[in-house]
Design a protein around this ligand. Structure first.
Ligand SMILES: Cc1cc2nc3c(=O)[nH]c(=O)nc-3n(C[C@H](O)[C@H](O)[C@H](O)COP(=O)(O)OP(=O)(O)OC[C@H]3O[C@@H](n4cnc5c(N)ncnc54)[C@H](O)[C@@H]3O)c2cc1C
Length: 401
């Protein structure tokens, strides 16, 4: 058996070296807390830096200014090449079944940007560079979690390959299908959205105008997110399970035609599409984020519909609050597994996460309806909000925080 810190029994083990796991490790490592991170995958390769449509990561995230500021504090933001960060200043949202439309602009809230679109693998690579240069952090790839036993007041962690660790606190940062959650039987409330998202890179005939474009179709929302090439966007096309296979199986030419038909005249025309991948969409929320010596963060605690692009932003807020509590434990000489501090993290984060999940559910149901009255009401609603600058400003301030 190998212990991460056998002398104190205070070892802290993070399962999952995704954006959430690595950012937590860096925040703690920089505060002098020793951390081991295990991940079942191989160490990610350095991403290609070409400009070909095939060189862009299929997975991107719309990072809010608050997330960017946090990544900057960790030293990771400056590690992402400038020519791969797309600052966006506008967001155009419309109902493809009617005439409802809202345009948001950074100018309305006197801010230089509404956020940045960054490829996930670049964010990950930047965090990995920071983690690997932090002496307090050890990242072990190809160490998939396979067993967990609570014994003598701590966790015994078994990995694929047979290695065993002991930890006073285990952080589950292992994503939406969290094995930590499963092995410890932490209850969740979950349901399928009965939709899958097709993601891919799309080349446009014209400039993307540094704007996000989102159409609400009767089969689900379709978003184009501007990349750091003014004629390329990342597409996230969520489709009801009844409509998804027919679109997912189209060849490039037929897919482009379907995409342009779905976008209509409101958005720039797509002229080329790269490889595509599909993700089934589920809403999942752990009933509790905290158990004895155990805490869940980010997608392991909650996963939501990508329509508002909030997944990793909520995850980074979890990480910020949890790291503050764990650093406070160290400052006050408490155990890292202090139930009081872990519960404080849960209280703070659950409220915000639940509010966002409820809002996304409302959006999804409201825009999923084909009832003529519901269609009319939401079109009137979109136009009504669009004409009230104070209300638009309020929406934008919520989204930026
Ligand atoms: C189609 C789509 C579009 C999205 N768009 C956006 C967007 O625009 N903005 C946004 O904020 N969010 C978006 N999201 C959500 C965002 O991708 C997630 O919130 C984010 O990736 C979660 O990060 P994480 O670190 O919690 O988990 P993950 O990124 O899933 O990382 C989990 C890590 O744990 C590891 N792991 C898993 N199991 C084990 C195991 N048994 N043992 C050891 N390691 C393990 C994995 O290898 C991985 O490295 C989108 C999601 C989807 C599906």
């Amino acid at each position: 058996m190998r212990a991460t810190d056998a002398t104190t029994g205070e070892a802290l083990l993070i399962v999952g070296a995704g954006v959430a796991g690595l950012s937590l490790a860096i925040a703690l490592g920089r505060a002098g807390i020793r951390v081991t991170v295990i991940d079942g995958a191989s160490r990610p390769q350095t991403p290609a830096d070409g400009r070909d449509i095939n060189d862009w990561d299929l997975r991107v995230s719309a990072l809010t200014p608050a997330s960017v500021a946090f990544l900057d504090d960790l030293g990771a933001w400056s590690q992402i090449p400038e020519n791969r960060k797309a600052c966006y200043t506008g967001m155009q949202v419309w109902d493809a079944q009617g005439s409802g439309r809202i345009d948001f602009n950074a100018r309305d809230v006197q801010t230089p940007s509404l956020g940045h679109i960054v490829e996930n693998r670049l964010t990950l690579q930047a965090l990995l560079t920071c983690a690997e240069s932090c002496p307090q952090v050890e990242v072990l790839w190809e160490h998939g979690l396979s067993a967990m036993t609570f014994i003598d007041g701590g966790w015994e962690i078994g990995c694929d390959g047979g290695k065993i660790f002991r930890a006073a606190l285990v952080v589950g940062a292992d994503g939406a299908r969290s094995r930590v959650r499963e092995l410890t039987a932490m209850p969740v409330r979950q349901w399928s959205y009965d939709q899958s998202a097709i993601v891919g890179t799309v080349a446009l005939a014209t400039h993307h105008l540094d704007s996000c474009w989102q159409a609400f179709l009767d089969t689900g929302p379709l978003a184009l997110l501007p990349l750091a090439d003014d004629r390329k966007v990342a597409m996230v096309w969520s489709l009801d399970d009844s409509a998804h296979p027919a679109i997912a199986e189209l060849n490039d030419e037929a897919f482009l035609r379907a995409l342009n038909r779905a976008l209509g005249p409101e958005a720039p025309t797509a002229c080329q599409v790269g490889p595509r991948a599909s993700f089934p969409l589920r809403q999942c929320h752990a009933v509790d984020y905290v158990e004895q010596g155990l805490v869940l963060v980010a997608d392991a605690a909650h996963s939501i519909h990508p329509l508002a692009g909030q997944g990793i932003n909520l995850g980074l807020s979890d990480v910020r609050v949890l790291s503050e509590q764990l650093i406070a434990a160290k400052t006050h000489g408490l155990t890292v597994a202090s139930p009081t501090l872990l519960k404080r993290y849960q209280r703070q984060r659950k409220t915000e996460n639940l509010a966002m999940m409820a809002a996304m559910e409302g959006f999804k149901r409201g825009f999923g309806s084909r009832q003529p009255l519901a269609v009319m009401a939401r079109n009137m609603g979109l136009n009504w909000v669009d004409q009230r600058s104070w209300l638009k400003r309020w929406f934008m301030k919520q989204a930026l925080s």
